[in-house]
Design a protein around this ligand. Structure first.
Ligand code: HEM
Length: 428
């Protein structure tokens, strides 16, 4: 059977950072793909062809089958042909993974490493840190209210709070947070000229890879010192768990050690800030919604879940087929590369009634922003909890809330969301 090929403009849009920033036109392309070619190949001159997976059901089917759809073989985040070749040349054994964290691992390593910290991120353990998170949320609200009635919520508020939470849990001291924030934005936003290391548009893949090398080296240096400290002086934090963990009877090798810290340190803040800013944008646009949720008695769970679906901060992950497999009526061949497009799946008409409406009252919100299966987001309960606590602390303290300018999104194919959200507010 011949493979269905996507129209050139759809294939070009899903690899274009500016399309994810523009957002609405991209949704039109993805809606077209869901209706007409839900599992079809994107061909672009710069990239190896890959299957674009746009339907919720197909992403679930692929994610629940890690034996056949692997993370470790090819890049887990979309990379162009040149970038993949450069990364292969620059990595041990040519595996092409500049970082080796949980995300790049398959069985049997993946579960061994995941189980080292999984308990920390379960709701039962998170109750222990709830009070600390609430006090960070209160400080965040105090800071916002001190800004005098207007602010850029994305930059001044949302970017800092999840960072403080994850750094606190990880054990990174507060004075090092600005460095962590900058490095994460450089890592994930490396295609956005406002966020990357050189503060300029990336002109070549070589330049992007060189920049990533610097960013990764900075992270590694930082975490090397933290490891030495926690081996000498263990504490009640995740850094201590990682630094002192054993895998197959020995210490975690250096590369995996750095990868572990980096995934925990980075996966949890740009993402959660994006969904927090996404929630705030809808509240600022809709006075009735704001009035309802600013009431302290209103349960915030539906608002949080819908904001996560709506913003879908992690826009895709890639998988590679280890053997020939049938999915969604197509034959995927061994070695094929697939883009799980969560942005599309979270607007899938077959899964969500009226998917383009922001509706905190969805009876069963099966959003797939946290992925699914073996690699499902380790921090999903933490992300929900910190968003809920911030909304509980913030909304009752506001009398009014509205947009004060045009919001803007990050130019990135991977982790996206609002980088600017100008708002005007009055304290209650
Ligand atoms: C709204 C916020 C967040 C979103 C949308 C998000 C999304 C995701 C997605 C889509 C995946 C991959 C799932 C898959 O392949 O099936 C993932 C993995 C992961 N996330 Fe999150 N995440 C968020 C917050 C967090 C937080 C707060 C942490 C805290 C440390 C975190 C840590 C991780 C880790 C460690 C993984 C790798 C898991 C593995 O490969 O086994 N994330 N996340």
């Amino acid at each position: 059977m011949t493979k269905p090929i996507l129209p050139g403009e759809v294939a070009a849009a899903v690899i274009d950072p500016t399309a994810y920033a523009a957002w609405e036109p991209l949704h039109e392309q993805l809606a077209w793909a869901r209706a007409n070619a839900p599992l079809a190949v994107a061909e672009n001159p710069t990239h190896d062809p890959f299957w674009l997976v746009t339907r919720h059901a197909d992403i679930m089917a692929i994610s629940r089958d890690p034996q056949r759809f692997a993370n470790g073989i090819r890049p887990t985040v979309l990379t162009d042909r040149n970038g993949e070749a450069l990364a292969r040349a620059a990595t041990p054994g040519g595996d092409g993974h500049l970082i080796r964290s949980l995300v790049q691992m398959d069985a049997p390593d993946h579960m061994k490493y995941r189980l080292l910290t999984q308990g920390w991120f379960m709701p039962k353990n998170l109750r222990i840190v709830e009070d600390r998170i609430r006090s960070l949320a209160r400080e965040t609200v105090d800071h916002m209210l001190s800004l005098g009635g207007t602010c850029d919520f994305a930059r001044d508020v949302a970017a800092h709070y999840p960072l403080r939470v994850i750094m606190d849990i990880l054990g990174v001291p507060a004075e090092d947070e600005p460095r962590m924030l900058m490095l994460t934005q450089q890592l994930f936003g490396s295609t956005d000229p406002e966020l990357n290391r050189g503060r300029e548009a990336i002109k070549s893949t070589e330049q992007a890879i060189a920049m990533l090398h610097y960013v990764i080296a900075d992270f590694e240096n930082y975490f090397r010192e933290l490891t030495a400290d926690r081996r000498a002086n263990p504490r009640e934090d995740i850094a201590t768990v990682i630094a002192n963990a054993t895998i197959d009877g020995g210490q975690i090798p250096d590369r995996e050690l750095a990868g572990y810290y980096m995934i925990v340190a980075t996966a949890g803040h740009d993402t959660t800030s994006a969904s927090t800013a996404g929630a705030m944008m809808e509240l600022a646009k809709n006075p009735a919604l704001f009035a309802r949720f600013r009431d302290a008695a209103t349960d915030k769970a539906g608002l949080i879940e819908e904001a996560i679906r709506w913003s879908t901060p992690v826009q895709h992950f890639m998988r590679s087929a280890k053997e020939d497999v049938e999915v969604g009526g197509q034959t995927i061949h061994e070695g094929d590369w697939l883009m799980l497009n969560y942005v599309s799946a979270n607007r899938d008409e077959a899964m969500f009634a009226d998917p383009f409406a922001f509706d905190p009252d969805r009876a069963k919100n099966q959003q797939i922003a946290f992925g699914f299966g073996a690699h499902v987001c380790l921090g999903q309960h933490l992300a929900r909890m910190e968003m809920r606590i911030l909304m509980e602390e913030l909304l009752p303290r506001l009398k009014s809330l509205e947009l004060a300018g045009e919001p803007a999104r990050v130019e990135s194919v991977f982790v996206g969301g609002l980088k600017r959200l100008p708002i005007r507010f009055e304290a209650a």
